[in-house]
Design a protein around this ligand. Sequence first.
Ligand code: PLP
Length: 394
Amino acid sequence: MRAYFDYNSTTPVDREVFDAMAPYFADAFGNASSIHSAGQRARMAVDRARESVATFVGAKPSEIVFTSGGTEADNLAIFGVVAACRPAPNGGRRHVVTTAIEHHAVLNSCQELERQGVAVTYVPVGRDGVVDPDDIRRAFRPDTVLISVMYANNELGTIQPVEEIGRIAAEADVVFHCDAVQAAGKIPLDVNRLGADLLSISAHKIYGPKGVGALYVRTGTPLAPQFHGGHHERDRRPGTENVPGIVGLGKAAELARANLAGEPARVAALRDRLERELLSAIPSVRRNGDAARRVANTTNLSFAAAGGEALVIALDLQGIACSTGAACSSGAVEPSHVLLAIGLSADQARSSLRFSLGRHTTADEIDLAAAIIPGIVGRLRALSPLAAGTVAAG
Ligand code: PLP
């Protein structure tokens, strides 16, 4: 038996999504820009998907721009707004506000903006993994053109106060981008309630295919295209449409909306049981991020002195897939910027695991995890020189 606890990383394509996409590879293969009937069949499918995605986020179909995924949607939002807002005639700078816990698609885009001479403020978060709207308010300057804050954090699952941030942005007349890639399918999305001018989603996090996503762009929001080519997507994103992918995103959005009624509660019950079992069976485990203000499917736990990478590998050998709060970059294990931002030490961050559950998670998978993980943590700690003094007896 295997257990998959890495739905925040990616989800399997839903069978209904797969079936909806299938005709658009070989049978209805037309180019959605062609005026003949094969093209028009593809165009109609793209239009239907656009309506479904618009309904999913509470927008008008004309406000949806299909992209190659969440990363591209974030890049288009950030570079597109900054490029469209010219510097003041007196050479005034432009300023962007974001948080310390954004996904790299946002953080690295902001770092690139800094190299291009744009000022960026990275607002810190509390130990709870939630940004304080007052800190956002204080970060605004007269030359602030954009604020980008994620809805739900991918590592902790914590939900950011985006409605309040939307109000603050509107008061200050600053464009508000929300990366909702990890919120989609877990909490209802409504761009008007959030006050978002731009909002990113990605198909492969909601049981759709990889390599397709969408950016919601509120009518009237200044946005310069970042690719140059044809007139696709109302001149906002050129390139022949990925028709099967877009159809898949449309179907995934439709299913995600329907499943919001029951799925989060079912998944939260399983996640809470997993958490209870691990916290009670293993000494010196800490839960990271606010336990209440988070999406239903995510838990992030630090297993002092156990080594997250070694844990992921050992658990995988036992059939359990999860992920660590560290990423291997240029040969070294770098602790997660999110875990450092909530005050964990590098060692604590490196010994953290994220379990993210989803549509197909079963009680048997929780039983497997509860049976296997305590023993593996114990064995790795016994081998670790870090364990002495940091792990409570038991
Ligand atoms: N934003 C967040 C919060 C994410 O979790 C991810 C993916 O992990 C992305 C953006 C990037 O999305 P994609 O994988 O579609 O490029």
